[in-house]
Design a protein around this ligand. Sequence first.
Ligand code: NOJ
Length: 766
Amino acid sequence: MNRKSKRIGARQALICTLSALMTVVASGQTPSAVLPDDKAVEKRVNALLDRMTLEEKIGQLSQLFLFGPSKQVDDALAKGQLGSLLFVTDPARINSLQRIAVEKSRLHIPLIFGFDVIHGFRTIFPVPIAMAASWDPSMVSAAQAIAAKEASSVGINWTFAPMVDIARDPRWGRIVEGAGEDPWLGSAMAAAQVRGFQGEYIGSPDHVLACMKHFAGYGAAEGGRDYDASNISETLLWNVYLRPFHAAVEAGVGSAMSAYMDLNDVPATGNRWLLHDVLRGDWRFQGFVVSDANAVKSLVVHGFAKDLPDAAVLALDAGVDMEMAIGTTAYSQNLAAAISSGKVTVQQIEEADRAVLGMKVRLGLFEHPYVDEARAARALATPEHRTAARVAAERSAVLLRNEGRLLPLGKTAYAKIAVVGPLADSQVDTLGSWAFNEDLTETVTVLAGLRNKAGSQAQLTFAPGVEISRKFPSPFAQLSRSKPPAPWTPEQAKDELRKAVDLAGSSDLTILVLGETQQMSGESASRESLALPGNEEQLLEAVAATGKPVVLVLLNGRPLDIRWAAQHIPAILEAWYPGTQGGNAIANLLFGDAVPGGKLPVTWPRDSGQVPIYYAHNTTQGPESQGKRYWDEESTPLYPFGYGLSYTTFTFSNLHVSQPQFRIGQTAEVTADVENTGPSTADEVPQIYIHQQYGSTSRPVRELKGFERITLAAHEKKTVHFSLGSKELSYWSAAKKAWVEEPARFDVWVGADSQATLHGSFTITQ
Ligand code: NOJ
């Protein structure tokens, strides 16, 4: 083992212990609360309900956004007319609002404070799609536990996360918030996040209530256009889109958010089948449902409700317990009258109250309504949290290309390094969407990270080269604390481009940082094209034309059209939006102090004309021409689902299935050997895929049914083990209208991505 590989080995060992350490750090103080049992909660809630007026009962079902001081909100709190507020993040302000609810209202019922803590609160972790790319649920769980600790330290009790929407169309801006296209990976990430946010039980100290969203089918928005309708077949709904939600429920998630859009013509927020029959009936969900912002009122916009009074009735009847809104809720304005006219019953209101109040009891809010205002200073952005964020970013990056082993870079190999690109030194664009409470000054850009790492050995120079912006501005622009720079004049644009190319030409190496700005990805950030925005492609090609070695680092929340780069740029690292410590993580990866081990959680299309494109499609007529379905472009992806390179190489061999034949209900045990055939310690993610060859419906050509991120020392070999039982082999058959496990022949593959070739098979009989 040479010196460099020893260094990488030590680093990987450190990463593993850090992952474990993050769990300890995140758990903070020892739980002291005594867990209330179901009976005690019920008794307490019933005692409260006995004393509540109808107005107070309806009040608990309203949640409002609060951005600044509001006399109207203060008055409503004193009268017990609100159950929750969202978007307040200052602990002193949280306490003063809570004091009104607790001390001035008749029954002293505390508020529950909600906020979008999506990938960190002060310490920002990589965006969710990035964390899914780590294929490391325990790391993701630990990251969300840290997010929960920071958020709860300022008085936030409830996060609107995890977002577990499956997304198979990267034009949809919110693909960045989820775990990608696959129900198995998505379920693992959903459960991991619920555990991280909530801790061992709802009300665990230093944790928050989680909220799975957006229930359900939001990720299938037609054309990838945010908020547009979803039309999802029964097969896909049960087998794909609903699975991560079910996994979150099984992990004990305490709340759910109803989605904005029409699901097969019935808006999710008025969809009794979804919120009642499936969620509470089939899945036995015990928490409460909140609507997405203004989604109850939108039932009128959808042409589903006649007017606002009708919308309030339909949403409550469907199973929305709490209405989230801006200004005022349809519930507070209309439910009392709906009771008088007999459209809803007091029992229905009380049912919703039971769910909401029960959660307030479980969270311990009645005993501890206030936050210790000094605690935030100790809990936010600690060195341990920063280390955890850096490790998370290192584990989330995906190495897409590394021709001629350009990476890792030798620390003294390049005297002059040009760092080029509009995102290379932008703090806000290193974070990604849903970062409101970050401390921008502590965010390490790629340029800053490279300076920290190599600044003393190499001369580092920077040029943005181009500037990029949205054609239509983001409606969330006003919430961002950083203002966009003034647009360049055409002259300036020419000058800047020339400067950057000259810089690349006079340097020994260029690190090109391209992708999308924070506001190009996220809510209301869908795109028609996947092209590199603005003149980034021009910059890329001009820099490459200098003939000097180029490393492309991508900061983005969706796959982009990088066909040209994939042919001409030797090294490409997908770093996503890596968060507060992004620059340090990227520098570690580029210089070999960390080894890339992330894998794509989405199929990477060649361009937007191919979408939706996903690996788990069905086999149909002419499978031999599957890759040639278009005459003007391949119909295969640029990179497959599950793909990602390392600085070392791995081989898979010896796939073994415990028996050739099983009966329904029995479990097939599958093993395979994985060997690190290179000179350094690194991570691999063995993945198992199955295909049911025939049955009552056609089944996908491949489906992921297990994975494990493992670390292998140089030349180490390990046997990985997967079980395929009813959980893995059953599916919802639209033909039989039931969950089935069918007698059939199955293919099985184990390997490094969804195109694994190591193959076995077995048969399931009656
Ligand atoms: C609307 C978004 O769709 C949802 O994800 C978010 O939690 C709420 N707004 C609250 O900010």
